[in-house]
Design a protein around this ligand. Structure first.
Ligand SMILES: [Zn+2]
Length: 274
């Protein structure tokens, strides 16, 4: 079977080694994983997830009475944190997820990127997405890259017009370095063709599939009183996070992705614990 996320990781390694603007990226700190996404359903082809954002300022939820607008209850104070993900000795700083099989069936036709790739083959849309997600990685590793506008201020949107143009320029710059065709050859084929050729498509996912590491809330160590607490506002205890907050390579598994479903792959010779 073909491990699609491994192929994408190798391709990304090649891209960052050839495109100067992305050369700051250390792929051993980036984890590529697969999520489920049907080809004909709406949704992203891929997403860049940042794990380096610091904890938020403390805050709380609150509820008001509908008619009087008076505060009736609030939660305990909490902070929002990024989960920790490690693979071996490495702290993962960013994760890039790909929706399978949707990503494999992406095409330039009628997409808004088509105009950047006049006369190009339809699979170039996939290379564009690969570079797009890498370009979201911030050079200061402090979140998702902010896009500077021509006047020197930052755009509120991480997807300005310039972003798409710059991604297309990097795709062309990468191809101009004449990378080995084996690096990107797998992008030429859609899901059905790859599946038939390789006898299955697998990808790295989290054991918690379809869930994956995401920001979570944690009760703040300090719980200062609020002014309103004295006037009968009920303070509700926070529930403990439902998801793990630390992940390691033991939380990764390999899944086989099919047209409409996916399943955990149990390798030959591997046995299930009771
Ligand atoms: Zn994006």
């Amino acid at each position: 079977m073909m491990n699609y996320t491994e192929r994408l990781t190798v391709l990304m390694q090649d891209v960052v080694s050839r495109v100067a603007a992305l050369s700051f990226i250390d792929m051993s700190e980036v984890l590529v994983f697969a999520r489920a996404g049907r080809s004909r359903a709406e949704g992203a082809f891929a997403t860049c997830h940042c794990l380096t954002l610091p904890a938020s300022e403390p805050g709380y939820y609150f509820w008001r009475d509908r008619s009087t607008h008076a505060l009736t209850r609030r939660s305990e104070w909490f902070v929002t944190r990024s989960p920790s993900v490690t693979v071996g000795p490495r702290d993962i700083k960013y994760m890039i997820s790909f929706a399978l099989p949707r990503f494999c069936d992406q095409s330039l036709d009628r997409s808004r990127k088509e105009r950047f790739y006049r006369g190009a083959e339809p699979w170039m849309a996939k290379l564009d997405t690969v570079v797009h997600e890498l370009y979201h990685i911030d050079p200061d590793l402090a979140g998702i890259r902010r896009i500077e506008k021509e006047d020197g201020t930052y755009s509120a949107n991480c997807h300005g017009q310039q972003f798409f143009e710059q991604v297309a320029e990097m795709v062309h710059a990468y191809l101009a370095t004449k990378p080995a065709p084996e690096m990107y050859e797998f992008l030429r084929h859609d899901f059905a063709a790859l599946n038939a050729r390789h006898g299955g498509i697998v990808g790295t996912s989290f054991r918690t599939f379809p869930s994956f590491p995401q920001r979570y809330i944690e009760r703040a160590a300090e719980q200062p009183a609020c002014e309103s607490d004295g006037v009968g506002v009920k303070v509700e205890a926070l529930r403990a996070p439902q998801q793990p907050t630390r992940y390691s390579e033991d939380d990764l598994h390999v899944r086989e992705f099919c047209k409409d479903t996916s399943r955990r792959l149990i390798r030959k010779g591997q046995f299930r614990a009771a």
